[in-house]
Write a protein that binds this ligand. Structure first.
Ligand code: KIV
Length: 287
């Protein structure tokens, strides 16, 4: 397979946004090539235009419109309630706002588990209505036929194994996977999703030993979240790593900023200035 890319055969679109600049877009083969070169890469969630633009500008090659929007956008306690209809507009906003990043749409709970046909139909909706570049789904060996069928339909799939939040009730809550004799089962899931055609696999909350073994075994990149330092890539939820989510987050999150304090300070100052008749000033006033 050649990795040289020519200009888009059907034009670049009129907007100047996606899908403009196709030659600079991150493609799934670039991620595989980074693994082959031993280059680690970052991935972040994004759910709207401004974050997508910023993370794209920051050089984050892969953005995930995660079903974590359920918690982080829609205010649910878990990722289970969010629907395809709620996620598609967020995916479209992110896809329209990037020039380079590969945008992955997460298939939410209930939108692919029923059948292989349902999985393909949902993935098609995210590509068509959401303008995503790829989809992600949770599940290992059992979902290999679903992955195979989506890939056969021309849609790249990122798999997600280990702790899979959509199955938290089955898994008995937030628990590290791969312990107590489950090492081989997680490794087997990783091989199954690669074999089915996934272009990458998220390893969530697995022991670093399992993650290291899988990363060594697989040709496709592994993306860790709570999986230790040995995966090919690392993903975090942006509100966690930028400190918009307050309080104690998961142990595997590093906080790189404290956005909540900045926003709280600005909102309080605005409120004080309105109450004290300091805003708007003459420079904000029309005559
Ligand atoms: O939905 C999400 O944000 C995710 C990541 C945590 C991998 O699946």
């Amino acid at each position: 397979m050649t990795t040289a890319e020519v200009s888009a055969p059907y034009g670049n679109g009129a907007s100047g946004k996606s899908p403009a600049a196709p030659a600079k877009r991150v493609r799934i083969h670039h991620l595989r090539e980074m693994k082959e070169r031993g280059e680690a890469w970052p991935m972040l969630t994004a759910y709207d235009m401004y974050t997508a633009e910023l993370f794209d500008e920051a050089g984050i090659p892969v953005l995930l419109v995660g079903d974590s929007a359920s918690n982080n956008v829609y205010g649910n306690e878990t990722s289970l309630p969010v629907t395809v209809d709620e996620l598609i507009p967020l995916v479209r906003a992110v896809s329209r706002s990037v020039k380079h990043s590969l945008v992955i749409a997460d298939l939410p709970f209930g939108s692919y588990q029923v059948s292989v046909e349902q999985a393909v139909a949902t993935a098609v909706r995210f590509m068509k209505e959401g303008q995503a570049h790829a989809v992600k789904l949770e599940g290992g060996a059992y979902f290999a036929p679903h992955i195979r069928a989506i890939v056969a339909a021309g849609i790249p799939v990122m798999a997600h194994i280990g702790f899979t939040p959509q199955s938290e009730h089955q898994l008995g809550g937030y628990r590290v996977q791969g312990r107590n004799g489950a090492f081989d089962a997680v490794v087997a899931d990783a091989h199954a999703v690669q074999e089915a055609g996934a272009f990458a696999v998220v390893l969530e909350m697995v022991t670093s030993e399992v993650a290291k073994q899988i990363t060594h075994d697989l040709k496709i990149p592994t993306v860790g979240i709570g999986a230790g330092p040995d995966t090919d890539a690392q993903v975090l939820v942006w509100q966690d790593m930028m400190g918009l989510r307050r309080g104690k987050g998961p142990r595997f999150v590093k906080r790189y900023a404290n956005i909540a304090d900045v926003m709280l300070g600005a909102a309080k100052t605005f409120a004080d200035e309105v109450r004290g008749h300091q805003f708007p000033g003459p420079e904000h006033t029309f005559h």
